[in-house]
Design a binder for this molecule. Sequence first.
Ligand code: SF4
Ligand code: SF4
Ligand code: SF4
Length: 329
Amino acid sequence: MVSKPRLSMYWASSCGGCEVSLVNINEKILDVAANFDFYFCPCLLDTKKKDVEALDDGGIAITFFNGAIRTEENEEMAHLLRKKSKLLIAFGSCAYEGCIPGLSNLHTKAAHFKSIYLDSPTVDNPQCIVPKSQTQVPEGMLTLPAFYEHVRTLSQVTDVDYSIPGCPPEPAQVWNVIEAVIQGKPLPPKGGILGAGSSTVCRECSRKKEDKHITRLYRTYEIIPDTEACLLDQGLICMGIATADGCGALCPKVNMPCSGCYGAPEGVLDQGAKMVAALGSILDIGDKKGMSEDELIRRIDMIVDSIPDYSGTFYKYSLADSILGGRRA
Ligand code: SF4
Ligand code: SF4
Ligand code: SF4
């Protein structure tokens, strides 16, 4: 009997939603089982790390690696699975660009530990104990993987063959990738994006777009938007203009602005910067002729102040992979 190529899926710093998106390919999962030996997946299978270590290098055909690199263990598994996999694929926004875990790069590890283990109103910790990598107990030394100062993306710690964007990736796109591999279809050059288009969410969004002149911005709870018109035209920050297509404009379809989970479109280095530049060109502060400098500043401030959380709005998914990297002195 010819043995099937091995498939693995690993979660690092992740929420588990990416595993769900694999299961959400529904009955196609049977095709996955028919074509692959689903070998290693800690949340579904009992295969251990030592089983992976025992394989020849390249013994796994494909590894879908989801989750960001936050701990020593995440990094160790990234290196191990790189060595053991012919194709290592960053699966989902956390592995691809840091995603929500990457927003923690705005703060230091010490600040996180203080907030979580010392200051949280639901924590009773009079001895001020915070996790350490090594703790001596009478029975011996207990070890925990080190918690790093910053979150990194998978490609920031090891060589990645491809990335599949999305938080999580859309099941149809996940299947497109698996099917292409099963059928031996040519893949893009190494380092490329799979499961996304080469345009923006705006391109696949059917809402009516006008020439944009936005005089003020709204948060989603402040208005019930028209269901036909472009959400950005209505003053909601919709990141579709600065986000790669591939999801079918899911969020605008249900009257919610795109928050950018498919990452930067092709050719764009920094998604947040792209969105800020786009907003700069469509925000309308009125006729500047004869306007005093004070009034000009007041109007600009009024619009800028209506954005409550810059990083969480423009870099919700991409901070760790952005030009900023998220580090703040
Ligand atoms: S990309 Fe989204 S769904 Fe996937 S692990 Fe990260 S947060 Fe969860
Ligand atoms: S900005 Fe948003 S709502 Fe407007 S066209 Fe683009 S994706 Fe659709
Ligand atoms: S519309 Fe935007 S946030 Fe929603 S799924 Fe698509 S890329 Fe992600």
